[in-house]
Write a protein that binds this ligand. Structure first.
Ligand SMILES: [Zn+2]
Length: 264
């Protein structure tokens, strides 16, 4: 089965045809999807999208862009919302120096609260990092010293050094349509040379980052097949093998999904 570990299904860009988009994904072989919460105020919308569908799971978190909405959020507050049988991860959270929509102090405070919630709940932490490799690595290492928590470096476009330091902490990595873009040879090199083969998983980040041959259009979870095929090409794996490897890794990282798949 294919598992899309990062979809923004509550996006208004799916308001006209959300049910069709979900059906297309299933028809393309996507057996599970994770609907991502990127600001606390939208958790109810994410929940509403996932609740009717047993194959759509959800997260709780605030993207670094939105850290300023609630920079003083606590680990306990996040963990309380995460106490929900369909919440499979904490995040997305992290650091983003590219846009700087939230001040860095707010981003770091929010990031550390999310880490605390991952530790309290045992759920994996979905980390977004952009132009913040060094600080992301430092915080993850410092916090792991205080008590380990499962890490996913999502939409990985960072450098080799963060990939190595993340891998040493046991982190998983998610890859998406970016690796199909012509100018992304650095991203492809890191995928092939630095990511532990049993810790690579797939995502679309729909509606953003549509893979070639849909680049520039609205992305959908059904397009995950193109992400799978590109990873297969880069690693020299068959499509079936790529699907099996990434599904196994996803089931290990997101234990609730693993248990549901094993029981089905
Ligand atoms: Zn992200």
């Amino acid at each position: 089965m294919l598992i899309d570990t990062h979809v923004n299904l509550h996006s208004e860009r799916f308001d006209e045809d959300r049910d069709d988009v979900i059906e297309h994904a299933r028809a393309a072989g996507v057996g599970a999807m994770i609907a991502i919460c990127a600001r606390f105020s939208e958790f109810d919308a994410v929940k509403a999208v996932s609740e009717p569908h047993p194959d759509i799971w959800r997260t709780i978190g605030a993207h670094p862009h939105h850290a300023k909405d609630k920079p003083d959020v606590t680990a306990d507050e996040i963990a309380k919302i995460a106490d929900d049988p369909r919440v499979v991860a904490i995040g997305e959270t992290g650091l983003d120096n590219h846009y700087g929509y939230s001040p860095m102090e707010a981003q770091e405070a929010s990031f550390r609260a999310h880490i605390g919630a991952a530790r309290l709940t045992g759920l994996p932490l979905i980390v977004h990092t952009r132009e913040a490799d060094e600080r992301t690595a430092e915080i993850l290492e410092e916090e792991t010293d205080k008590g380990a928590f499962p890490i996913l470096l999502h939409c990985y476009t960072g450098g080799r050094e963060l990939a190595r330091r993340g891998a040493a902490l046991g982190a998983f990595f998610s890859v998406n349509g970016i690796m199909t873009f012509k100018n992304a040879s650095d991203v492809r090199d890191v995928i092939v040379e630095e990511m532990p083969e049993d810790r690579i998983i797939l995502e679309t980040d729909a509606p953003y980052l549509a893979p070639v041959p849909h680049r520039g259009r609205r992305n959908e979870p059904a397009f995950l097949v193109h992400v799978r095929d590109k990873l297969a090409e880069l690693k020299g794996w068959s499509a079936e093998e790529t699907q099996a490897r990434t599904a196994q890794a996803s089931a290990r990282l997101f234990e609730k999904i693993g248990a549901a798949v094993a029981a089905s």
